[in-house]
Structure formats: structure tokens, C-alpha cells
Design a protein around this ligand. Structure first.
Ligand code: SF4
Length: 732
């Protein structure tokens, strides 16, 4: 067996560095790299099972075009594909303006790609319509950090786990979604049994089961609980007055806000007994160091930013930030969700944590790119959900989707399918075909995936990592950054004559100089030598920064962090007489996102072969449901049918459905046919964790065609049905 080399794992935001061995180009063994700071030799089953996902039958190896959605795809060369795309995009831009175009990418894309996409769309095409599936995961965390601390960026690092006295994990099933980081907490607790781990989650997840204390907060009750904890910390006198005085503002307003709350009422909203909240407040208040982890449970909410602010308030009250073992640590879901945030993929962002709304930021970037003042539009572009709304309304005409599968991951999938059906041009860049999204495309572009290119990513702890190319990409597949640059050159756009990934990276980091995410000291040469560094790293001799805000200065105009009083708000759609249950969605240990890779690994599929719905024993008894019975779950947007798992890990009144399975693997039964596309006002993150559903037992599961989603019996009689136009078959 030969050593093939090392790479960052292409799955979650933990950012494990893995070593690959094999023969004949096949990966046969994967190991966690012991010297890697993110994983210290650890890895989970997903990383271990990467081998079967690489050289598969469904790899997309050539550009393909179809002139009609009734027809099949035909392979073409790159130049033909680019000329075809150029003609349509230029026509649309000339007729409808630049805001009729959009790019929807993902945390799978490397930072080099994000940078050239931002440069092309925001700097040359004249639209800010670039966004990422990170909008579904992390937008509330971004907005929370920005509003409370002045800038995006987790201030913490994984080593803080070892230094923390109290670890609160809120709205995160780390044991399944970030398993290597959770293993590190377990290892730390073995060495320090007095370390106290509290999980706040409506479900008794695997993470909650391993904790010292599980607080089963009511679904949507997070802000209520956080405000109760804030008030109790004040009542306990457990405040860091010197920190509050010197390094924050807004405390008086926050205290006045908390003093008028009724603790018992708010505990009722939170679904937590006052004595349990008090016990946690005492723990936090007396801790030498208090570290909080959070993820989708806080973020996937129409008030996700407020939830983030409310949690950060507790760190500000107690001065638990900017020191070892302390701080608010948002976990990222994807290998380079952070890189997308840093390099400007989100619709309101520009490289280096700049924003399009800030005139000085726009001028800096325009000048760097050699663009005329005013080239970059001041208004944020469309966010993920807004893009698909605009497609359905006909305002957006063309969308380029790269490295993501929105026809499984976005909320309200019937709407998403209708929206794509109305697009004049859908371009999909991916490593695989078919996916649920690529099936609805007009143009397919073959992307080289992680082991087939050089690439850079940033993990949850701001660790920027270089991954080398380990083997050749199949046939005509290219790295995404190169696809974008070649297309930009076809357009005649200036500034895309990059001859290597290094050249892209070295240009990009100049735009981070002096910014909170300063990477100016991480040249491509240096990153190749040392593999990874944490930002800020402003100079070539800077060692990188494990933690932010050690000097207690925050990137706000006066250098102070901000207390933000936030009230408890109901989710957008609450249960009622028609839809009396709460649906929450989430992830499983064996799978990642929309199964595009993990479904190819038999060992992973054997662990979790199909979708299901978890229902509480009390609800199961009321509905006469036994384990394995089929439940029809309906919301105002759709209906799915899934086998039931009767579990007391989900509270009465709530059901849980993993969101991984789309139509390719569970026709018509994706969780997101049910979910609501309501988004937050600032973060614009959809409320994927909460919507109202009804449940009924069904004798036999319906059989649906995987493409059209129409019941199979009907298909046989309906020859006229256009199987390649699912948008039309979905109406009604
Ligand atoms: Fe590590 Fe996440 Fe990959 Fe598992 S999926 S090996 S935890 S990066």
C-alpha cells in the first residue's frame, strides 16, 4: 500500500486532517493525522469511509448541455460549454439587468473559488447575488458575532475545551454532527472529571445523553432561557464588573431589560424548571472559564441572530471571552463554511469581512480590483431563500449552482422545484451527476473534488489549511476556481489570468490585510510548508492566533463589545388545531448533508439505510403507532410518509426527521418538503428547526417515481406526462 498524502476531510467543519493510503489510485485506508491540531489523530466514520466515494460511476467527467429539459444531456468540450453559457447570461444581463443573474455556492467550495466568484459576480458582472448554503447553517452566527462583537469569527479554539470549567452545548448534536470535537470533550472530561458539561436541547440527543446535565429546553424557548440565565447571573452578583465597565457598552439597558422579566413566566416559555436554570447560572457564575458551543439549534431560526446575541450576552456579563477556556464558539457545518464567510460569498459580503453596504469597503475592493468607483453595488444581493423566490417570480432568470444540492437542503422543496423549473438557465457545477439538483439543470460542469486539486479551507476554529492534490481528476473535470476563471476569460472580464491556485490565494490574502481575518502572513509558499495557521496572521513571521480578543478590544468603533437585549419570540409557524405537532430536522452520525457522498459508502448506508421519523411514545400511543409503522407527516407545504421510530429522546408534541434523504434515495419523502422557508430579518436564515405538522398512520407507504414524484400507478397511465419537467408536475 502506498502513501497517497494528506488532506482536510471534505465533510464537516471540524476540519480533520486525514492521511490516505492505497494502491492503483484507490484509497484503501484512511487515518487521522496525529500532528493535526483540529483532530489530534481522530476521525469519524464519514472520514474513514471516504474511499468508496471517490472513483464512482456517477462522477461527472465532461461538461454537458441539454437544449430542452425534455431531452437528454450531451457532452461538449469546455469552450463550447462556456460559449453557450456566455451567450445566455449576456442576453439575460442585457435584457433584464445584472440582478437577473445569481450564483449559489456552498461551504464545500474552497476559498480560492469563493474569491474568484466574488470578484466575477460582484466586481465584474455587477450583481451582489452570490450566496451560499452556509446561509442555511451559519448566517445567524455571522450576524450574531457582527452585531455583538463587531465582526464575524469565532474567538475560540479547540484547545479551549481542555481549559474550560463549564462547557454548555446549545442546539448542537455534536456527538453526531461534529464527532471528533465531541470526542475531545469526552477525553477532556475523562482527565478532569470535575469539568461540567451541560447540553441544552429539546431532544435527548446522543450529545445530551453523554452530558452531566441535559436541559430539555422547549422548542423555540432558547432566548427565554438565556434571558433567565442572564437575570440569575445578575441576581447572583456573578458579574465581571471590571470587564463590563472597560470593554462593553449597553449593560445598563440590558440589566434594565432583564430586571423587568418574570423569571417564572420565562422559565415556562423555556420549558425549564427555575431551579434547573438557577443551578446552571450558579455553575456559569462560579466557573473560572465558561465555553459555549452552538450550531443549527440556535441558528436555524427566524430569530437565530437574537439567540446568538442572547448567548453572547452571558459571556459579556461574566467576562468569559478573550481568555483560555472561554468564549462563544459557533460550530461550522462544512469544511470551508468559514472561508466562504471570509472571502465574501454571502450576498452582503466582500473579501476580508467587508460588507457591500460600507462605502469605504466598496472603494477599497474596487481599487484593489482595478474597477471604477461605483462598480460594486451598495445593496446586498439575494440570499439563498430569496434567490429561489425571485426565480419563481421571474425576477431572477439564471442561476449557477456549485457544490451544493438545494433540491434536498433548502426548505419548502416543492417551491424550490417550481422555482428552478421557471429559470431560463440552470448551471450546475458538481463532482457527481445525478443529484436531485443536477437533474433539473440545463448545463452540467464537472468539478474536481477535494483530492484532485490543491485547495484551502478554514475550519470552525479559524484554522486555515492547505490541502495538496493527491490524484488526478477524472477526464475533463477541473477545480472550481479554474472553471470560474476560464469562464471569466471567455466573458472578457479583466483580472482572471491566474495560472495557479497559488496566484489566486496570494492575491486574495492581500485583501485581508489589516482586517479582522488578516491572512496576509499566510502566503501560498508558507501554507505549503506549514500546512495550517490560524488567523489573524498578519506577517510572514507571525505564528497565527489561537484566540481572538485577548487584549479585550473588539472590532467595533469604540473597541467595546455590545450587550443586546432580545425578547423571546415565537417561531413563525406554531402548532394549532390543524397541524398540532412540531417538526424539527437534523443530522445523523453516518451521513452528511444530502447523501451525495455518504450514500456511496456501503458501511455508512448500512448504519442508516433510509429516512425515518422519530415520535415520542406518548404521541405514538395516542396515534396507535408501533415501531416501523408508516406515518404520514403533513405541513402546509407538503406531505411525506416515513417509517416511525418510537423514541423518548424526542419530547411529546415534537417529531424529528433527518434531512439527508432527497428524491434520489427516498422519492417524495425528503424532510424539506415539509419545512417552512420563513427567514430572519437580518441573517435571512430559514427556520429549518421548527414548523407545524400533522401526523396520521397510513397502512401502506405510497410508492413514488423518483424523478416525477408522482405516485407510480398513475405514471403508467399518463404517457403524456413530461418526466423531465418536475416543476410542472409538482404544482398543486
Ligand atoms: Fe472529522 Fe468531520 Fe470529517 Fe468526521 S466528518 S472525519 S469529524 S472533519
Amino acid at each position: 500500500m502506498e502513501k497517497l498524502g494528506e488532506s482536510i476531510c471534505p465533510y464537516c467543519g471540524v476540519g480533520c486532517r486525514l492521511a490516505f493510503e492505497g494502491t492503483g489510485g484507490q484509497v484503501l485506508r484512511v487515518r487521522g493525522v496525529e500532528a493535526a491540531a483540529a483532530n489530534l489523530g481522530g476521525m469519524c466514520a464519514k472520514g474513514a469511509q471516504l474511499g468508496p466515494t471517490i472513483h464512482t460511476q456517477d462522477r461527472l467527467t465532461k461538461p454537458q448541455i441539454r437544449l430542452s429539459r425534455n431531452g437528454g444531456f450531451e457532452s461538449v468540450d469546455w469552450q463550447t460549454a462556456f460559449l453557450y453559457i456566455r451567450e445566455i447570461l449576456v442576453n439575460i444581463r442585457n435584457t433584464h439587468g445584472p440582478d437577473a443573474l445569481a450564483f449559489y455556492g456552498s461551504g464545500q467550495l474552497d476559498t480560492e473559488t469563493v474569491y474568484v466568484v466574488t470578484k466575477l459576480f460582484k466586481g465584474c458582472l455587477g450583481t451582489n447575488n452570490t450566496d451560499s448554503n452556509s446561509r442555511l447553517c451559519m448566517a445567524a452566527a455571522v450576524a450574531g458575532y457582527r452585531t455583538s462583537l463587531g465582526s464575524d469569527g469565532p474567538p475560540t479554539c479547540y484547545d479551549d475545551i481542555d481549559d474550560a470549567d463549564v462547557i454548555v452545548i446549545m442546539g448542537s448534536n455534536m456527538a453526531e454532527a461534529h464527532p471528533v470535537t465531541f470526542d475531545r470533550i469526552k477525553a477532556s472530561k475523562l482527565l478532569r472529571p470535575d469539568q461540567h458539561v451541560v447540553v441544552i436541547d429539546p431532544r435527548r440527543t446522543a450529545t445530551a445523553q453523554a452530558a452531566d446535565v441535559h436541559l430539555a429546553v422547549a422548542p423555540g424557548g432558547d432566548i427565554a432561557l438565556l434571558n433567565v440565565l442572564g437575570r440569575m447571573l445578575i441576581d447572583l452578583g456573578a458579574l465581571d464588573h471590571a470587564f463590563i465597565e472597560r470593554h462593553t457598552r449597553g449593560f445598563a439597558e440590558y440589566r434594565a431589560f432583564l430586571e423587568q422579566i418574570d423569571i417564572v413566566d420565562l422559565c415556562g416559555e423555556a420549558g425549564v424548571a427555575p431551579e434547573d436554570a438557577y443551578s446552571l447560572a450558579k455553575r456559569i457564575g462560579s466557573a473560572r472559564s465558561f465555553l459555549s458551543f452552538y450550531c443549527m439549534g440556535l441558528n436555524q431560526s427566524t430569530v437565530g441572530m437574537w439567540k446568538n446575541n442572547s448567548l453572547i450576552n452571558l459571556h459579556l456579563l461574566t467576562g468569559q471571552i478573550g481568555k483560555p477556556g472561554a468564549g462563544p464558539f459557533s460550530l461550522t457545518g462544512q469544511p470551508n463554511a468559514m472561508g466562504g464567510r471570509e472571502a465574501g460569498l454571502m450576498s452582503g459580503a466582500l473579501p476580508g469581512y467587508r460588507t457591500v453596504e460600507d462605502e469605504e469597503h466598496r472603494r477599497e475592493v474596487e481599487s484593489f480590483w482595478g474597477r471604477a468607483p461605483g462598480s460594486i453595488v451598495a445593496k446586498p444581493g439575494l440570499s439563498a431563500v430569496e434567490m429561489f423566490r425571485a426565480l419563481e417570480k421571474g425576477q431572477l432568470k439564471a442561476i449557477w449552482i456549485a457544490g451544493t444540492n438545494p433540491v434536498v437542503s433548502l426548505p419548502d422543496l416543492h417551491h424550490v422545484r417550481r422555482a428552478l423549473g421557471k429559470a431560463q438557465l440552470v448551471i450546475v457545477s458538481d463532482a457527481y451527476h445525478p443529484t436531485e439538483t443536477s437533474e433539473l439543470a440545463d448545463v452540467l460542469l464537472p468539478a474536481a473534488q477535494w483530492g484532485e486539486k490543491e485547495w484551502t479551507s478554514t475550519n470552525s476554529e479559524r484554522m486555515v489549511s492547505f490541502s495538496p492534490k493527491l490524484w488526478e481528476a477524472p477526464d475533463l473535470a477541473l477545480p472550481d476556481w479554474e472553471i470560474m476563471c476560464r469562464f471569466a476569460q471567455t466573458l472578457g472580464a479583466p483580472g482572471f489570468q491566474f495560472t495557479s491556485r497559488d496566484a489566486v490565494w496570494d492575491e486574495y490574502i492581500q485583501l485581508t490585510r489589516g482586517r479582522p481575518c488578516d491572512m496576509a502572513g499566510m502566503s501560498s509558499t508558507r501554507l505549503r510548508e506549514c500546512a495550517n495557521l490560524q488567523w489573524p496572521c498578519p506577517t510572514p513571521d507571525h505564528p497565527g492566533s489561537k484566540r481572538l480578543y485577548l487584549d479585550r478590544r473588539f472590532p467595533t468603533p469604540d473597541g467595546k463589545a455590545i450587550f443586546l437585549p432580545r425578547d423571546h419570540r415565537e417561531p413563525r409557524e406554531v402548532p394549532d388545531h390543524e397541524f398540532p405537532y412540531v417538526l424539527t430536522t437534523g443530522r445523523l452520525y453516518s451521513h452528511w448533508h444530502t447523501l451525495t457522498r455518504t450514500a456511496k459508502a456501503d458501511k455508512l448506508m448500512r448504519r442508516e439505510p433510509g429516512p425515518f421519523v422519530e415520535v415520542n411514545p406518548h404521541d405514538a400511543s395516542v396515534l396507535d403507532i408501533q415501531e416501523g409503522d408508516h406515518l404520514q407527516i403533513s405541513s402546509r407545504r407538503g406531505t411525506v410518509q416515513l417509517p416511525a421510530r418510537v423514541r423518548d429522546s424526542v419530547p411529546a408534541g415534537m417529531v424529528f426527521v433527518p434531512f439527508h434523504w432527497g428524491d434520489l434515495y427516498a422519492a417524495g419523502n425528503a424532510a424539506n418538503y415539509l419545512t417552512i422557508s420563513a427567514i430572519g430579518r437580518v441573517a435571512k436564515q430559514p427556520e429549518l428547526k421548527f414548523c407545524a405538522v400533522s401526523l396520521e398512520k397510513v397502512p401502506q407507504p405510497r410508492r413514488l417515481d423518483p424523478v416525477t414524484h408522482v405516485p407510480a400507478a398513475r405514471l403508467a397511465d399518463e404517457d403524456e406526462l413530461d418526466e423531465r419537467r418536475p416543476a410542472e408536475t409538482f404544482i398543486g
